[in-house]
Design a protein around this ligand. Structure first.
Ligand code: FES
Length: 86
């Protein structure tokens, strides 16, 4: 199971963490990955400056915008799922 953690701290919340979470949830559904990827909220990751902070497995990203969800999913989430092709 791959875990995607989305920061729901106040700064990230203001920058759209809810919308990003919703978009990623939808992408997970569309790709039939509900049993392979879980989405969880987490508190401030101390990278509040640019956009929403997200952790995928062991990798941390920041500055993710809700409209980036699809590209982010394709580039950073799909390759981290074992036995998953695009
Ligand atoms: S509020 Fe998200 S990293 Fe600080």
């Amino acid at each position: 199971m791959l875990t995607i953690m989305i920061c729901v701290g106040s700064s990230c919340h203001l920058r759209g963490s809810d919308d990003l979470a919703e978009a990623l949830e939808q992408l997970i559904d569309e790709h039939g990955l509900a049993e392979k990827v879980q989405l969880v909220g987490t508190f401030c990751m101390d990278k509040c400056s640019m956009g929403v902070s997200v952790r995928v497995g062991d990798s941390q990203f920041s500055g993710i915008k809700p409209e980036d969800a699809e590209v982010f999913f394709r580039h950073e989430v799909l390759p981290r799922i074992p036995n998953q092709r695009e």
